[in-house]
Design a protein around this ligand. Structure first.
Ligand SMILES: *Cc1c(COP(=O)(O)O)cnc(C)c1O
Length: 467
C-alpha cells in the first residue's frame, strides 16, 4: 500500500516510510492511496477471532509488503498481550440500545494504548532494519504522552520529547509521564500554554529545515497514520459482536483531534456497516460547529474536566476533508493555508455533504457530562470517566431508531479522572493495581516557556542526530 499526502505535493511512501515520517513534508497528513475493503463473507468470517488475529487481518492490507502476515501477527500478539483483559477491548451492555466499548485496559488506562503499544513495536521493527535514529516529538493533552512514553521507554534508537501544557493535565496523567526515568524519555512542561499551543510548536518543528536536516523527527500523535490504522480494529471487534456484517451499528466517540472517530470512518470505508458516527465534543466544540453548520473557526480553549478533548484545532479533520472533498490535495492545501492564516474556514458543499452522510455531532456541557456519569452509576452500576460521559450523553440524545445498537467508546479508565467522577457520584474510583505506586515515584520534567526557539534548542541539545 502506498501513502499520499492530503496536501498533494509530498512524495508518496510505503507503510514503513509513512510510519516513520509523521507529518508529510508539504505539511499534510499521510493517507492510503485507496481504501481496502472486505466483502460481507470476509467480514462474517472474522467473527470470534482473538483480538490479535482480528487486528492482523484488518491491518494487513494497509501494511502491504512492509511486514509479512506472520511478523504482523507476532507484533499484534505482543502489543495486545500487555492488556489486562483477555478480550482486549471488551463490550459491556448498558440497556436495550446502549453499549460501552472499554478501550482502557492497556498499561496507561486510556484508549491511546491500543494504538501506541503497537506503534512502539513498529518503530523498533522498522528502525532495526537500518542504522537510523528516530527523534519523536509530540504534544499531549495527557493521554497520548503517557501511552507513547510507556510504548517507547528504553527502546534502542528512539528518543521521545513530549510536550504538555503545564498544569492542564491531571495528576495521574502527569505522573504516568514524568515518573518514567528511562534516559530516552524527555518530558517538557510548557508554561502558560494550551494543548493547541504545544501542538503548533510540534507542527512547526516538523517543517523546520534546520531541525529536519539534523534529526529524523517522528510522530506519535494521531497525525501518524499507523495509530489510526490500529484503531480501526476495535470498530470491527464491536460491530462483529453486535451482528455485523448483517446489522448496522452506531458509534458515539468522545472526540478531540478527530483521530478515533476517523478510524470509524475508515472501518465504514472497509465495509463495516455503520449506521452513524456520532462526534461527541465538550464545550470546545469546533467540530460540532463544523459538522452542523460548515463553519470551521477556531474559538478559545476552555479547560474542562475532559482535558483530552480541550482542543480547537483537530488535526485529523483534514483527512476527512481530503477524502470527502474529492482527494484534491492542492485545493485542500490552499484551504488549509487559509485556515492557518485566518483561524477560520468554510467547508465546501462536497465536504459538508460527504461528512453529513455518516457523521452526526453533539456537544455536552459540564452538567450534561455529570448527569451522564450519574446515569451510568445509578442505572448500570458502572463508573465512567468524563470523556466517556460526553460520548454517552451524545449517544443518549442521538435520536437513532431503537433497533440500532449504539456503542459509546469508553476512552479512559474512571480512575484517571477521579475528581469529576467523585463529584458526580460520591464514589472515588480506585486505580487498578497494574499502575503500581505511581504517587510515590520520583518525577522528572523540565519547564520551558512556550517559545519555539527555546524548545527547538532543548530538543537539539538532547536528541541523537539522524545516523
Ligand atoms: C485522546 C482522547 C480523546 C480524543 O480522541 P481523538 O482521537 O483525539 O479525537 C478522548 N478521550 C480520551 C480519554 C483521550 O485520551
Amino acid at each position: 500500500m502506498d501513502y499520499v499526502s492530503t496536501r498533494g505535493s509530498a512524495p508518496s511512501l510505503d507503510f514503513a516510510g509513512a510510519t516513520l515520517a509523521g507529518l508529510a513534508s508539504d505539511g499534510g497528513l499521510y493517507v492510503p492511496r485507496e481504501w481496502p475493503s472486505f466483502s460481507t463473507a470476509e467480514i462474517a468470517a472474522m467473527a470470534g477471532l482473538p483480538y490479535a488475529e482480528l487486528a492482523q487481518r484488518i491491518m494487513q492490507p494497509f501494511v502491504g509488503d512492509s511486514l509479512t502476515p506472520e511478523k504482523l501477527l507476532e507484533l499484534t500478539t505482543a502489543a495486545y498481550g500487555r492488556f489486562a483483559h483477555k478480550a482486549v477491548t471488551p463490550l459491556e451492555q448498558f440497556d436495550e440500545q446502549h453499549w460501552l466499548l472499554e478501550l482502557f485496559h492497556g498499561p496507561t488506562l486510556a484508549f491511546k494504548d491500543v494504538a501506541l503499544q503497537l506503534l512502539g513495536l513498529l518503530f523498533e521493527e522498522f528502525l532495526g532494519r537500518g542504522d537510523q535514529n528516530l527523534t519523536i516529538v509530540g504534544a499531549t493533552s495527557g493521554d497520548t504522552g503517557s501511552a507513547a512514553i510507556d510504548a517507547v521507554a528504553g527502546r534502542a534508537k528512539v528518543d521521545i520529547f513530549m510536550l504538555h501544557p503545564k498544569g492542564r493535565v491531571s495528576d495521574v496523567q502527569r505522573r504516568q509521564m514524568t515518573t518514567v526515568l528511562a534516559p530516552n524519555v524527555h518530558n517538557i512542561a510548557i508554561e502558560d500554554a494550551t494543548f493547541d499551543d504545544a501542538q503548533a510548536i510540534v507542527k512547526r518543528m516538523f517543517n523546520d529545515a534546520a531541525m529536519t536536516s539534523r534529526f529524523n523527527i517522528g510522530a506519535v500523535n494521531s497525525i501518524n497514520w499507523a495509530r489510526l490504522m490500529a484503531q480501526v480494529v476495535y470498530y470491527f471487534a464491536a460491530g462483529l459482536q453486535l451482528g455485523a456484517p448483517h446489522r448496522p451499528v452506531a458509534f458515539s466517540v468522545p472526540t478531540g483531534n478527530f483521530g478515533d472517530v476517523f478510524a470509524g470512518y475508515v472501518a465504514a470505508k472497509m465495509g463495516l456497516p455503520i449506521a452513524k458516527l456520532i462526534v461527541a465534543t465538550n464545550v470546545n466544540d469546533i467540530l460540532h460547529r463544523a459538522l452542523s453548520t460548515g463553519d470551521y473557526s477556531q474559538g478559545t480553549v476552555t479547560p474542562t474536566a475532559a482535558p483530552s478533548m480541550d482542543i480547537q484545532v483537530s488535526s485529523n479533520f483534514e483527512r476527512l476533508l481530503f477524502d470527502v472533498g474529492g482527494r484534491d490535495g492542492l485545493a485542500l492545501a490552499a484551504q488549509m493555508h487559509g485556515f492557518e492564516a485566518s483561524k477560520a474556514m468554510q467547508l465546501t458543499n462536497a465536504q459538508r455533504e460527504g461528512a453529513a452522510s455518516l457523521f452526526a455531532s453533539r456537544r455536552a456541557d459540564t452538567d450534561d457530562m455529570s448527569q451522564a456519569i450519574r446515569w451510568a452509576w445509578e442505572n448500570c452500576a458502572e463508573l465512567i470517566d468524563p470523556h466517556t460521559a460526553i460520548g454517552l450523553h451524545a449517544a443518549r440524545v442521538a435520536d437513532l431508531p431503537r433497533d440500532v445498537p449504539i456503542v459509546t467508546l469508553a476512552t479512559a479508565h474512571p480512575a484517571k479522572f477521579p475528581d469529576a467522577v467523585e463529584r458526580a457520584t460520591g464514589q472515588r474510583p480506585e486505580l487498578p493495581a497494574r499502575v503500581g505506586d505511581l504517587f510515590d515515584r520520583e518525577e522528572r520534567c523540565v519547564d520551558l516557556p512556550g517559545d519555539y526557539d527555546a524548545i527547538a534548542e532543548y530538543v537539539a541539545a538532547h536528541a541523537v542526530p539522524k545516523i
